[in-house]
Design a protein around this ligand. Structure first.
Ligand code: F3S
Length: 658
């Protein structure tokens, strides 16, 4: 026997403010007033129709009110000009503005009177926002999301002393508001006022909890009620079978998806938007109970509901079975008389995939209805929109938890790149895509990249990420590991990043070390560029470390290349060598014996006669023959003598003559 559990969310239905405004209208009628509401009192056709039956008209401006009518201001509130007009016309009115909305109006009015600019975060077309703006003496700006706020503050308040007060409309997304607060914190002259009403977030949190525990979720409320639509979106992402019903009567039109007939324990959750009266929620609950009560032991929920009239609506979430896949689309059975089609562009955003890479015949898939053509019996569906909804939730979770995600770079667009992850196109701004500005964005194309989510806009179905945040964290971790383990003598291969007159900076993998000019060559050089260039790869070793200061000195010269070692192995005192004059001083000349090894020919050893000026006898570049008269290994000094060679040659000549 099947077991059914029906749970209605405690926070479903009217919030305090709406309840108060609706009661106000009924109260006025009961007291014999001819009431009119300034705009529909709530977005609920059942309530609006009931009031209409009781003679309550809906008007759009005070001017439309008849003499004997009393105007009711709804919970969204109105601007000061409306109050003024009511008073000037002498029209009686009752103020149903929610006290929480009133509080924002007062805050905005006070800040504006103090000369501050006002920014309202929200929807500029929403009556509540229009009303708040209508309480400001000066201009009030309405911005939608944190990105818009960031750009606006940068443009208008970065170098300005002007003060600005920022406040959200009551139903603004809490995560987005937290980002706004973070952005505003960079501006000394910006104040933030948290004016979000918790009723909405509490209702959404409970709906999410209930949806994740339910097999079937019913969201009750007007199709034009933005908070009901938002609830439906949240529940759809968490419960595979989610219905949006405007009234209890629509329940009989719902079609249960395949698979439910096999379940023995079915949990049904019910929630409702802020404009749904408790009576309707109760009726929905009763109707579901009635359906369940009338079932016999072998009741087949699917068949029973299939027997009723089935309708699809644009925006409905449905389950479908793939019946065929071709090169351009997948054909789906959605359990109605329609033939369902999912085009490739609605299967995935990944341009490298074909339909067969995404779905196979027989797959059960979650889809959203995007277009219905009853005349031709065709319904167009989207898989990627469902994936994106689920994906957005996953991205929001990843943002909350700081999780690193992976995705493929599918495009380079103006100002950044697009990464496809969890079915969502995540925008990575250029400043967050690479570590250096000179790196080309095109090089990321088709690469699998790791990124962190920095912003999710569920209302607009958008997400922003940062590859740089992951790479910076990886680099910091690598740096920390490097400093933990590095020791003097360790050998690294690294790329020369830059040159200065005193040395070369080498990248050891995120850490730069310096090779001093004296360490670059055994020869005497005037600038590092004589031996290395930027981009060269060098094998270096750690000569010295200062972990606290984060400094590292590198060695590059190798002992086996030490020219002194080479010199001592090939030459000894008394040898005659051919050498080249490399510099001249007042006391003699230096001659290069082998590269890196010079010897001094003292002025007294330049010739076999007295020399007063070295330059009279020798010039830089002269090739001379000299005798090694002394090698001082400790001081690495060599003394040479041309005179000794000349005298030896003279003695030899004399003895030959004898
Ligand atoms: Fe008031 Fe909050 Fe409802 S502001 S109208 S109690 S959602």
């Amino acid at each position: 026997m099947k077991k059914f559990t029906i749970t209605a969310a405690k926070t479903a239905g009217f919030c305090f403010g709406v309840d108060r405004a609706v009661k106000l209208v009924y109260n006025e009628i009961e007291h014999g007033f001819k009431a009119v509401t300034l705009g529909e009192i709530i977005h609920n056709p059942t309530v609006v129709n009931d009031l209409a039956e009781k003679g309550v008209r809906v008007i759009n401006t005070p001017a439309e009110a008849e003499k004997d009518e009393k105007v009711i201001i709804r919970s969204h509130g109105v601007g000061r000009d409306v109050y003024r007009e009511l008073e000037e016309r002498g029209i009686p009115y009752s103020d149903g503005t929610c006290p929480f909305v009133k509080r924002i109006q007062n805050t905005a009015a006070k800040c504006s009177a103090e000369g501050k600019d006002i920014i309202i975060m929200g929807d500029e077309t929403h009556p509540e926002v229009i009303g708040i703006a209508g309480h400001c003496q000066n201009k009030a700006y309405v911005l939608q999301d944190p990105e818009e706020l960031e750009a606006f503050l940068k443009k208008n308040f970065e170098n300005s002393k002007k003060k600005v007060a920022i406040m959200p409309q009551t139903t603004y997304n809490i995560n987005m508001w937290q980002n706004c607060v973070r952005i505003a914190a960079f501006y000394e002259n910006a104040e933030t006022y948290d004016t979000i009403c918790s009723a909405t977030s509490e209702r959404q949190a409970e709906a999410a909890r209930l949806a994740s525990e339910s097999d079937i979720m019913i969201v009750v409320g007007g199709r034009h009620s933005s908070n009901t639509v938002k609830l439906f979106r949240i529940c759809s992402g968490l419960c595979g079978t989610c219905f949006h019903a405007e009234s209890p009567g629509e329940l009989s039109m719902l079609k249960m998806p395949k698979g439910f007939s096999n379940k023995s324990d079915i949990r049904i959750g019910i929630t409702a938007g802020a404009s749904t009266p408790a009576s309707i929620i109760k009726e929905v609950k009763n109707q579901m109970s009635e359906i369940i009560k009338n079932m016999d032991e072998d009741f087949n929920f699917e068949e029973a509901l299939n027997a009723s009239f089935k309708r699809l609506y644009t925006g409905n979430r449905v389950k479908g079975y793939i019946t065929a896949v071709n090169n351009t689309e997948a054909i789906v059975d959605v359990g109605t008389k329609h033939t369902g089609y999912v085009s490739l562009s609605e299967l995935t955003d990944d341009p490298s995939l074909k339909p067969e890479d995404v779905v196979k015949v027989g797959d059960e898939v979650d889809l959203i209805v995007i277009k219905i053509n009853d005349a031709e019996g065709i319904v167009q569906l989207s898989k990627k929109k469902v994936d994106a909804l689920k994906g957005l939730d996953e991205l929001a979770k990843a943002k909350e938890e700081g999780t690193i995600l992976e995705g493929t770079v599918t495009g380079v667009v103006k100002g950044g790149v697009i990464v496809l992850a969890n079915g969502v196109r995540v925008f990575i701004p250029a400043s967050q895509a690479t570590m250096r500005r000179d790196e080309k964005l095109e090089e990321l194309l088709k690469q699998t990249v790791k990124f962190k989510v920095i912003e999710v806009n569920e209302q607009r179905g958008k997400a922003v990420g940062s590859i740089k945040a992951v790479r910076s964290a990886e680099r910091d971790a690598a740096k920390a590991k490097f400093w933990d383990t590095v020791q003097v003598g360790d050998v690294f291969k690294g790329e020369v990043k830059s040159l200065t007159s005193y040395g070369a900076f080498v990248d050891l993998g995120g850490i730069d070390g310096m090779v001093h000019i004296s360490e670059l060559s055994w020869d005497r050089i005037k600038h590092p560029s004589e031996v290395v260039s930027v981009g060269d790869t060098l094998e270096v070793y750690v000569k010295d470390l200062d972990k606290e200061a984060g400094r590292i000195s590198l060695g590059y010269k190798k002992d086996e290349d030490n020219p002194w070692v080479k010199f001592e192995s090939e030459y000894k005192e008394g040898d005659t060598v051919n050498c080249k004059i490399v510099s001249i001083t007042a006391f003699g000349a230096f001659a290069q014996i082998i590269p890196g090894i010079d010897g001094l020919i003292h002025i007294s050893q330049i010739a076999d006669k007295r020399v007063t000026n070295v330059k009279d006898v020798l010039s830089v570049g002269d090739e001379v023959t000299a005798k090694i008269t002394e090698i001082d290994s400790e001081k690495k000094r060599i003394s040479l003598s041309i005179r000794a060679v000349l005298e030896e040659n003279g003695e030899a000549a004399e003895s030959e003559e004898e």
